[in-house]
Design a protein around this ligand. Structure first.
Ligand SMILES: O=C(O)CCC(=O)c1ccccc1C(=O)O
Ligand SMILES: [Mg+2]
Length: 330
């Protein structure tokens, strides 16, 4: 094991980052940062995840903090704007936070909303980006196959780059892919990669045209690169709503994949009101840089979580560490 539990606990800082707008129901994003020999690293599985799933995220944190990273093949990573399931009127303000971005990812299928809301939001994005902008939509597995077919057909008029995780299962993805093939819109798998017991099953089944690859849920940069190599599909590297430290991990992965033909979902620090880095990794001219940002001691103090949340996170680190120890030979 590369890092001892004491190394993790001894350097752990638990932070809470206020969000500009609610995303995934979150207004305060919690993360643990550790400082390893390679630099700062992040552990930030969503609070509702069970330990088994969260332990892959701890494996990733150890990988990035304690293990030399693969050589970067590129220094700048083009990123997409991320548009939450907001009202159409709010779209312009959100896109303004991603200066130079030519691509937007738009959340759709939000519970409590209608297809008309999705259409209005995607139309507003198209109006703002112009005809040459790229628009991808992400349903987060919330449509059944008929709903997906209806919605994709209705949204196709806005010219979609791809549809991310329209339905939940690999079987449904294969079905919607077959049904919409005549529209020539690629289907991307996200949850079917990062939440599956076998992240390669969706590729093997031929149920997706491309994969969304995230460093933390896949166990880190090295593990994710192995999955990319085995899948043999184009990839988009994305984040899971990380601080600048987790984004640096994602950027490092994006810098090392053999081909990067899609803009990456790594501009999400723009969704936070505050961040832990002296210079937060936010998009400039549509791209982020590949580097380990300097962490601000003052920001770590300002954003420090209350004692009960710190205890909760450190207990989670202890439990997940046992699972990582059992599952791997790091
Ligand atoms: O890909 C992006 O643009 C940002 C990342 C993102 O959308 C996301 C962030 C947190 C949790 C899930 C997702 C997702 O892609 O489904
Ligand atoms: Mg997604």
């Amino acid at each position: 094991m590369l890092a001892h539990l004491d190394d993790l606990l001894g350097t752990a800082r638990v932070v809470q980052l206020p969000m500009r707008a609610r995303f995934r129901g979150i207004t305060l994003r919690e993360a643990v940062l550790f400082e390893g020999p390679e630099g700062w690293t992040e552990f930030s599985p969503f609070v509702e995840y069970r330990d088994e799933e969260a332990s892959a995220w701890l494996h990733a944190a150890i990988d990035f903090g304690w293990r030399a990273q693969p050589a970067p093949l590129r220094e700048l990573i083009p990123v997409n704007a991320t548009v939450p399931a907001v009202a159409a009127e709010a779209v312009a303000m959100i896109l303004d936070r991603y200066p130079g971005a030519r691509t937007a990812k738009v959340k759709v299928a939000e519970p409590g909303q209608t297809l008309a809301d999705d259409i209005a939001r995607v139309r507003a994005v198209r109006d703002r980006l112009g005809p040459e902008g790229r628009i991808r939509i992400d349903a987060n597995a919330l449509w059944n196959v008929d709903e997906a077919e209806h919605a994709i057909h209705a949204l196709a008029t806005f010219d979609l780059e791809y549809v991310e995780q329209p339905c939940a299962t690999v079987e449904e993805l294969a079905e919607i892919r077959a049904r919409t093939r005549y529209m020539d819109i690629p289907i991307a798998a996200d949850e079917s990669v990062r939440k599956a017991s076998d992240p390669l099953a969706v590729a093997r089944a031929g149920a997706a045209d491309l994969l969304v690859i995230k460093a933390q849920p896949l166990g880190g940069v090295h593990a994710a690169l192995r999955i990319v190599a085995e899948a043999g599909l184009p990839v988009v590297v994305s984040s899971a709503l990380d601080t600048s430290i987790g984004i640096a991990m994602g950027a490092r992965l994006a810098s090392a994949v053999p081909a990067l033909d899609f803009d990456c979902g790594l501009g999400t620090v723009a969704m936070f009101e505050e961040d832990v880095a002296v210079e937060p990794i936010v998009p400039v001219d549509g791209a982020i840089r590949v580097e380990r940002p300097e962490v601000s001691a003052a920001q770590l103090d300002r954003l420090s979580a209350p004692a009960d949340r710190r205890d909760w996170w450190l207990d989670r680190v202890r439990r997940c560490y046992r699972l990582v120890e059992r599952a791997t030979a790091l």
